[in-house]
Structures are given as C-alpha cells and as structure tokens.
Design a protein around this ligand. Structure first.
Ligand code: XMP
Length: 431
C-alpha cells in the first residue's frame, strides 16, 4: 500500500529562535568568518545574489573590499559578463577606495581639495590605525557618504575589514552560470573568476546534473551548485557532479519568488540548510562542502539561524537591492527614493536574458518571479556592517565563538504563533 504523500513539516526562519547559550567570549571577539566554497573564505559570510537589478562589478568590488563577495548576474552576453569580472579584478582592493581617509593633522584646505577631486562628501579621520572620527564636508549632501563612513567605523570596531582576495592580491569575485552553459563557464574561468555559482531554480534534474558534471571538469574555478532543497537533491548532486565545491540551497523563499505560488513547490531556506546538512553529515562532508543559504534573508537574525542550522554563508538579493551600488537606477515616487528589484524568472528579467544571450534556455513558459520596488538605503557598506555586527551579537547569544562552534553548540527552538508576536516590538506606537 502506498504511504501518505505528506512527508513532514518544513521550518522557516520565523518558526524558530536562537536559544541563548553560555558564551566564553565577548560578541566583538566572535569570529563570523565563513565560506562561499571550499577554498573561498569570507571574513563576513555574505554574498550578493546574481540578479540583474543587484550585482554588477560595482557592488561586487565593494563587497569584496569589505570581506564579503558578489556574484555577477548572467543576464548579459558572455563578453559582457567577462568584462564585469575583469573590471572587479582591476579595481583597488583597499577598503579606503570606498571612502577617503584623513590624518588628524591634515590641513583643512588640502583635505577639502582632495575630497572635492574625489567627489566625496566625507572622510574618516584615522590616527594610528584607529578611526577617530568622521569629517563631513559642509554644504555638500553627505547623506550617502556619512552612511559609508559610519559603516566603516562599525566594521573596524567589529571584524576589522579583511578584503576577500585571490592569490594575486586582487579582489575576489564570483559569477553565475547555467549548468548547460559550459562555454560561458570556460570564458569566465579564463578571465580569472574565483567561484562559479550555478544559477537554476531546480538543479535536481538529471540532464542539468550531467551537464554540471561536465562543466565542473572543464574549469579550474570552484563551482557552487544550486539551487537545491532536499537531502536527496544534495546526495544526487554530489554523486553525479563530482568535485562540486559548495551548495546553494533554498527553493522559492526569495522575496521576489513566485514559484511557491505558481508551482506550489518550495523548500524554505532554513529547512533547505537542515536537509543539506543531513546529507553532508551522512557523507562525512559537512564543513568540507559549504552550504550557502539563499533566499528570504531579511536581517542578521535570519542569517544567524541559517549559520547555526549548518550554513557557511548566506546569499541575499533584497538586502542589497536598495543600495547605491546595486545595478538598478534610483527612482523617486511621491518624494521618496526607491530602486527597482525583480526576480530573475520575472517577465522583464526573462525577456532581457533572451535578448542578451540567444543560447539561453527558454525552460519555462510561466513567470516565477515578481517585479517591484524597494526603499533606497544608501551604501551597501552599511548592509555589510549591520550583518557583521548583528552576526557577532547573534552568535554571542548562541554561546558560539565561531561559525564552526555555532554548528556544534548552537541550538534553535520552535516558537508558537503567540511567541512570534511577543518577540516583535509590541504595545507601543513606533516612531
Ligand atoms: P531574496 O529574498 O534575498 O532572494 O530577495 C534572492 C534569491 O531568490 C531567488 N530568485 C528567484 N526565485 N523566482 C524565484 O522563485 C525568481 O524570479 C527569482 N529570482 C531570484 C534566487 O535564489 C535569489 O538568490
């Protein structure tokens, strides 16, 4: 007799809380470093999603300078994507390229002139390697620059930014590929891409996995495979596509995803991490093949839950979509600033892909993503600083001094609906 088709219950970020544990170090000493792939360490374990309103060379360069990484989207020709990778490689790896620094004794006139030339509205004042303050130019709109300077100060107080570099001291960068596009993968590899991130909604497909196996053999860059959601998906991927160096997991949890609605299919990101971990533990590979939690990350709390569940890094689209460095241009609506953000399976993104790349595979006739706007939020450096400080605090609560320790000691507990309501600010009028 066939069993019930209902196989269990899937957990999402809001279903659980981080259980406080005995901490042996202060939050500011917590090592939050993680990995995008087996060989790609990240001081801040965050990657920006390969989406055509989010990651181009500018965001990727900023993230690598700050210790995270960007994944260049693939809604463009091979030559254009190669040029984006090369551009990141040619950028200055120093975080100071993001914002000028000033010595405490520097004459104001010369500082003003330097800032004017750089088109910058602020500088951080550094003395003996310590950020002493922020200089804001008068009569210049320093909003964006002030945010950057503050973010840099927070980064120095928490993780001390440590850029993500390749073996030649250049900024590291990742790029998205389809598992069927071996030609694109080889071109990106030759251009010096550090990590190739496979970018399909449902990798657990025989044809896709066999093609991926070929792709992995043809390139020297590490390959992160995704998206996956189940234990079986991970086991099949690792047995067919030998040499995969990371797993991108989460199905239809993204803020712009429609898959869960139009196809009814989903593995929420937290559950996808738990499933991947269970498969990797079965193979004795957890910790050796990193898990990247992709989709639905709203804040450091979600990221911490993903890490405790077994991930080595998180990937986000929406958290970066509203930033200055994201690809989409700012728009003003009713006096407020926004940036467009769209799913890569939305009508607009799919049309752009077929226009840019005639070899792209028109796999689906329906839209599985939405197009919308997100509030403008200044520099992406602020997002990295918030993630770094928030992850240190969260792992501190969990009683862990590193991500690896969070896997061993960290605990998550389910909360009831009333518990969820109680956790959020309540019974006050928020200003
Ligand atoms: P967040 O929540 O960070 O999610 O905005 C980003 C992730 O969402 C996935 N993605 C999609 N999923 N339809 C989907 O079902 C889409 O059109 C789509 N576009 C992106 C992707 O995994 C991304 O990293």
């Amino acid at each position: 007799m066939p069993g019930s088709p209902v196989v269990g219950e899937f957990l999402s970020f809001d279903d659980v809380v981080v259980v406080p544990g005995l901490a042996s170090v202060e939050p500011s000493s917590v090592d939050i470093s993680g990995r995008l792939s087996a060989g790609r360490r990240l001081a801040v374990p965050v990657a920006s999603a390969p989406m055509d309103t989010v990651t181009g060379w500018r965001l990727a360069a900023l993230l690598a300078r700050a210790g995270a990484i960007g994944v260049i989207h693939r809604n463009m020709s091979v030559d254009e994507q190669v040029a984006e990778v090369r551009r990141v490689k040619n950028e200055s790896p120093s975080i100071w390229a993001e914002i000028p620094k000033a010595g405490p004794g520097e004459p104001l006139a010369s500082l003003e002139m330097r800032l004017e030339e750089a088109g910058a509205g602020a500088a951080v004042v550094v003395d003996g390697g310590v950020i002493r303050g922020v200089y804001l130019r008068r009569g210049v709109d320093a909003g964006y620059w002030a945010g950057k300077a503050e973010a840099l100060r927070v980064l120095y107080e928490t993780v001390r930014p440590e850029p993500t570099l390749d073996d030649y001291g250049r900024l590291a960068v990742a790029a998205a590929v389809s598992p069927f596009d071996v030609g694109r993968a080889k071109a990106l590899d030759e251009a010096g891409v550090d990590v190739l991130v496979v970018d399909v909604a449902h990798l657990h497909n025989r044809e896709a996995l066999h093609s991926l196996a070929r792709l992995v053999r043809e390139v020297s860059a590490e390959v992160v495979a995704g998206n996956l959601g189940t234990r079986e998906g991970v086991l099949d991927t690792l047995s067919i596509a030998e040499g995969v160096a990371g797993l991108r997991v989460g199905i239809s949890s993204g803020s712009i995803c429609l898959t869960g609605e139009v196809a009814g299919a989903s593995v929420p990101t937290l559950q996808a991490v738990l499933n991947a971990r269970s498969a990797l533990e079965e193979l004795g590979l957890h910790g050796r093949v990193p898990i990247v939690a992709d989709g639905g990350i709203r804040n450091p709390g979600d990221a911490a839950k993903a890490l405790i569940a077994g991930a080595s890094a998180v990937m986000g689209g929406r958290i970066f979509a509203g930033t200055e460095e994201a690809l989409a241009p700012k728009v003003s609506v009713g006096g407020r600033l926004y940036k467009p953000y769209r799913g890569m399976a939305s009508r607009g993104a799919m049309a752009a892909r077929y226009a840019a790349d005639r070899y792209s595979k028109p796999s689906k006739a329906i839209e599985e993503g939405v197009e919308g706007l997100v509030p403008y939020r200044g520099s992406a450096l602020g997002v990295v600083a918030e993630m770094a400080a928030g992850l240190q605090a969260a792992l501190g609560y969990a009683g862990a001094s590193s991500v690896r320790e969070a896997w061993e000691k960290g605990r998550l507990a389910r909360v009831t609906a009333s518990g969820r309501a109680e956790i959020r600010p309540h019974d006050v009028i928020l200003g």
